[in-house]
Design a protein around this ligand. Structure first.
Ligand code: ZN
Length: 103
């Protein structure tokens, strides 16, 4: 494999070029914490956290419910604060139809 930035040969499984330090290969998509939109129950906080951590949304919701029952005011305000701070997931628009048969 060759570095796209400096053109030197580097290890095939390298993530960074050892010569110029650039990211090479498939750059990991940037993970961002968003409140989920599709399939949300209240504010999308649990859904967003589930997507971020790669967990089942049901587990995250159960944790929120347990936290609510155990630390009622704390978890409640925690949820509200998350709701305010975490941005809503940007809308994923369907790709524009390029096939004339679909129009
Ligand atoms: Zn390089």
């Amino acid at each position: 494999m060759y570095c796209n930035a400096c053109g030197r040969q580097i290890q095939d499984d390298a993530n960074l070029c050892a010569y110029c330090g650039r990211t090479v290969g498939f750059a990991a998509p940037q993970r961002r914490l968003y409140r989920g939109v599709e399939g949300r129950k209240i504010g999308g906080v649990a859904l967003g956290m589930a997507q971020y951590f790669g967990e089942d949304v049901t587990i995250v919701r159960l944790i929120w419910v347990l936290a609510l029952l155990l630390t009622l005011p704390l978890a409640f305000f925690g949820y509200i604060i998350c709701w305010i701070i975490i941005p809503e997931e940007p809308l994923r628009l369907p790709p524009a139809a390029t096939n004339p048969a679909q129009l």
